[in-house]
Design a protein around this ligand. Structure first.
Ligand code: TYD
Ligand code: MG
Length: 452
């Protein structure tokens, strides 16, 4: 019998099948099965076998790692991780091509001069890494660089160098000799990751794995990896905007609600410590159609500008389009305005934009969204020193939102003079705020208070 067998693997979710299938029975994607040749060697698990042999322990015998988190010099990165990198953890950093993953990883490595770091790249030559490092204008002689795609060599070098942090750019360029399919295929990606995972757990080296996200194409989606790794970070942002947002989609050592904001500049990524100041355009004269929301993403409140344009529909069916806001939610809010508050928007095109290319899911932005829409519809500007926080319900009521004090405090700090909040928000100490707090129970009420 031949030691080589071929198997069909879904490149989206990793489901395997002995024959080709048009539609994956597991993730329901079409045309994702690709033939992969698997050699018998994989079964014997050459690398896996070396790392076996752990003994069970009681809790008191297990060392705690609490205080041993490696705090990197990029504060936003620490925040998203929940306070730094946990030794022995496997962090997957995913994102679209060109978003700045390599830049972020390199910057992290170069700025952390007191730790031993091994930066391996299968995508760039050492010369290219050097060129990039020169752009970043940081020098770190504790950081070693390796241009390599062979997993076996990376493992050997890591065991020799014993770095505290190993950076691998990217998982899709790695290949192991134990599997014959091409780099980037699901079985290669999965096998390489499982070997790296064992290495991380055995040596205590924290590993940052960079992975690409592509909808189509030959590279395997990192979805397969998400189950294996400890932390999944996603680096996102519109390449047309300068903002980049780092989110964690999974974190075994911290909260997933934190958010890191960066700005891509000519000398690398710059952290944005106070996002509000950047997310509000400096309006000198009042224009209609904009409203400021006091939103919270993660643990941080920030004020963000919502822009809207309402115009008469040219075609029979009015257009509704959004950037950074959920389109279905916009349709819902328009229906509420139409049905509950009597505004005639059915024949209007409505465009909604969140400034700075940010994507916001905080329901408290609803109130500023409807205010921006009504302001544009009436062509009456809203005072640029006013801001809003409140969720809009289906009956047109304004619903309470969480962490109201934090939202008000942020608005006050940034010099806003008035904030509109839900009437039924949990009671808090009004006296400590100097900003004028206006409560409203229904959308009509807000409308009267703004435009009268
Ligand atoms: P890169 O880190 O190579 O992206 P990824 O690894 O996610 O594919 O970043 C690519 C983009 O970043 C590229 O379009 C150029 C830009 N960039 C800057 O604007 N400034 C810089 O200092 C650097 C290094 C890159
Ligand atoms: Mg890259």
């Amino acid at each position: 019998m031949s030691p080589i067998k071929s198997i069909y693997t879904c490149q989206n979710c990793g489901t395997q099948s002995p024959k080709w299938l048009g539609k994956c029975p597991s993730c329901n994607e079409w045309n994702t099965f690709v033939e992969e040749v698997v050699s018998k060697k994989q079964v014997s698990g050459k690398l896996s076998a070396q790392i076996a042999g752990n003994q069970p322990l009681t809790l008191d015998k297990i060392e705690t790692v609490h205080n041993k988190r490696i705090s990197v010099k990029i504060e936003e990165f620490n925040r998203v991780l929940g306070g730094g990198i946990v030794p022995g953890s496997l962090i997957l950093l995913g994102g679209d091509p060109g978003i700045g993953k390599s830049t972020l990883a390199l910057q992290l490595a170069l700025e952390l001069s007191d730790r031993k770091i091994l930066y391996t790249s299968g995508e760039e030559s050492l010369q290219q890494i050097k060129l990039r490092a020169e752009r970043l204008k940081t020098v770190n002689n504790n950081c070693l660089f390796l241009s390599e795609t062979s997993l076996e060599n990376i493992i050997a070098q890591t065991e020799q160098v014993q770095p505290e942090i190993l950076i691998i750019d990217s998982i899709q360029t790695l290949s192991t000799e134990t599997i014959e399919s091409s780099p980037g295929s699901v079985s290669q990606v999965r096998e390489c990751t499982s070997v790296i995972l064992k290495l991380a757990k055995k040596t205590g080296t924290a590993v940052i794995l960079i992975g690409h996200i592509t909808k189509e194409g030959s590279l395997a989606g990192p979805k397969v990896l998400e189950h294996m790794v400890d932390v999944v970070l996603q680096f996102e942002g519109d390449t047309n905007y300068m903002y980049r947002i780092l989110r964690s989609n999974k974190n075994r050592f911290g909260s997933t609600s934190e958010l890191g904001i960066f700005e891509m500049g000519s000398d690398g990524l710059r952290e944005i410590i106070n996002p509000s100041e950047l997310l509000i355009s400096k309006m000198s004269d009042n224009v209609s159609g904009t409203a400021i929301a006091s939103a919270i993403e993660g643990a941080r409140p920030f004020l963000i500008e919502i822009q809207s344009l309402v115009s008469s529909a040219v075609y029979g069916t009015p257009q509704r389009s959004t950037t950074g806001f959920d389109l279905r939610r916009l349709n819902m809010l328009l229906a509420v305005l139409e049905k509950r508050a009597g505004f005639k928007l059915i024949q209007k095109d409505v465009f909604l934009n969140i400034a700075g290319g940010l994507r916001i899911s905080d329901p408290a932005t609803d109130l500023s969204v409807i205010s921006a829409i009504l302001s544009s519809n009436l062509d009456v500007p809203i005072n640029h020193k006013w801001c809003f926080a409140g969720e809009v319900g289906l009956t047109g009521e304004i619903r309470a939102v969480n962490r109201m004090e934090q939202r008000i405090a942020e608005a006050e700090k940034l010099g806003f003079s008035r904030i509109f909040i839900p009437a039924h928000n949990k009671s808090f100490d009004h006296a400590k705020f100097k900003i004028e707090i206006v409560k409203a129970a229904r959308v009509e009420e807000v409308f009267r208070k703004i435009f009268s």
